[in-house]
Design a protein around this ligand. Structure first.
Ligand code: GLC
Length: 435
């Protein structure tokens, strides 16, 4: 039976407009995605087709990167978007888990085997998670493609994925925990510096943290029971709630109610009314009071109370000292002592998400601004993000003050700029954003 909620008709507006001030951005995004596309059969004869984040640095399939690639593909070539998501689901383990990284083209490279969260060198997938946005993206892609059969084809697997996270990660209020900072998508986020101390990425103790978790099979409940690091993260739970919103769109009974309850739980537990901002919670239930862009991610949630949305936007996002920098959104608020806008290194090793702008963030924030009806700010964010990519190319991350590009050169998730531009044109009307 086809999914009744998804119309059997492509959403006319979802393709990229033929004439747009962002035409170069759209063409560049297509070039990057095509260049990074990988397809074939793995050793077990499983068919795959996905976009790697970067050919040299990240040749494998990364969970939340793939979600963003699929959103952009859905505007260029819906068949590839569906294939990208189908490949992610084809990698699902019998427990329902879909891990952070899947190694379709052979085992994890030796150089990465020590720091990737694999149970053994030949593992097909890491044993850890990334922000679980998949069900939302699946519903969005199905809707754009007008493909009810695709919507239906993923539903059982997506429900099993959610059941797995519920069983293995959820607390009584339904929010889910992480056992390493990289599970948050933000590998070396300063939000976790204080509880991790010498174990924060990439200090020597980080290897001890990995060894501790590996010995416990990356089993979250065991790690918690044995006193290991764990946290309740704002971005991960925002993605988790969006996932439930996605299951609701796919027609899963009770999912809509679940998304509402979880949004209320997120507010109750991670929102700080004194500052009007969301913060992660550490292993002792303590508030981890470093302001990172993750604290703005709830803006993307449909059921976020309007007063909280307003405070997030007016007091934090649009604050030119904190997040509204020349090239927003910095991964860490510029007022934080840990903020480093350029490359951040510990000896020779990169430390990510301590200040630079990544474009994964732009999508969450743009969605929030559009939900809030903040049209001018939404148009500004898209313009600045497009200016960033025009200036520096589809780099992995950028200096939010100077716009200088850093990291990988043709980075898949930076094509999110095309998704943002198209979303803004579609929502605000071409009169407003097209000169
Ligand atoms: C880095 C990022 C992570 C991303 C990965 C691949 O590890 O921190 O969020 O998924 O690169 O792009």
């Amino acid at each position: 039976m086809a999914c009744e909620r998804i119309a059997e008709r492509p959403r006319a507006s979802h393709f990229l407009p033929a004439v747009s001030r962002y035409s170069d951005i759209f063409a560049g995004a297509k070039h990057v995605l095509e260049r990074n596309w990988r397809e074939g059969h793995n050793d077990c004869g499983l068919d795959f087709g996905y976009t790697c984040p970067d050919a040299a640095k990240y040749p494998d399939q990364f969970f939340w990167d793939s979600c963003f690639h699929a959103l952009v593909w859905s505007r260029l070539d819906p068949a590839r978007a569906m294939r990208e998501l189908g490949t992610l689901v084809a990698a699902q383990q019998s427990s329902g888990m879909i891990g952070h990284t899947t190694f379709w083209q052979g085992p994890c490279r030796l150089a990465r085997a020590f720091t990737y969260n694999v149970l053994d060198r030949r593992a097909f997938q890491t044993a850890t998670i990334q922000p679980p946005l998949l069900a939302w993206v699946w519903a969005e892609v199905a809707e754009r493609a007008g493909n009810a059969a695709f919507a239906e084809s993923g539903r059982a697997a997506l429900v099993r994925f959610h059941e797995c996270l519920d069983r293995e990660r959820a607390d009584a209020d339904g929010l889910i925990g992480i056992l390493q900072p990289d599970e948050s998508g933000l590998d070396a986020s300063p939000a976790f510096d204080s509880p991790l101390g010498w174990r924060s990425h990439p200090k020597v103790g980080f290897l001890a943290l990995l060894a501790f978790n590996r010995r416990r099979g990356y089993d979250y409940r065991r790690v918690v029971a044995d006193g290991g690091f764990h946290a309740t993260d704002v971005l991960v739970n925002s993605a988790w709630i969006l996932g439930w919103e996605g299951l609701a769109r796919l027609g899963h009974p009770g999912a809509s109610r679940r998304a509402e309850q979880l949004t209320a739980a997120l507010v109750k537990r991670l929102y700080d009314p004194a500052t009007g901002f969301f913060f992660a919670e550490g292993p002792r239930g303590e508030r981890l009071g470093v302001a990172t862009w993750a604290g703005l991610a709830p803006l993307a949630l449909t059921h976020l109370p309007a007063a909280i949305r307003r405070r997030l936007v007016d007091e934090h996002l649009l604050n030119t000292e904190r997040f509204w920098l020349p090239y927003p959104i910095p991964s860490t608020a510029a007022t934080e002592p840990s903020f480093i806008p350029g490359e951040s290194r510990y000896f020779w090793i990169d430390r990510y998400w301590r200040g630079p702008t990544w474009l994964f963030s732009s999508w969450f924030i743009l969605r929030g601004l559009l939900l809030a009806g903040r049209e001018d700010e939404a148009a500004h964010l898209v313009d600045r993000t497009a200016a960033l990519v025009t200036r520096s190319g589809f780099r992995e991350y950028f200096n939010p003050i100077t716009g200088q590009g850093m990291g990988a050169g043709a980075f898949g998730a930076s094509t999110a700029v095309a998704e943002c531009a198209a979303l803004a044109e579609e929502t605000l009307g071409r009169r407003r954003v097209v000169a």
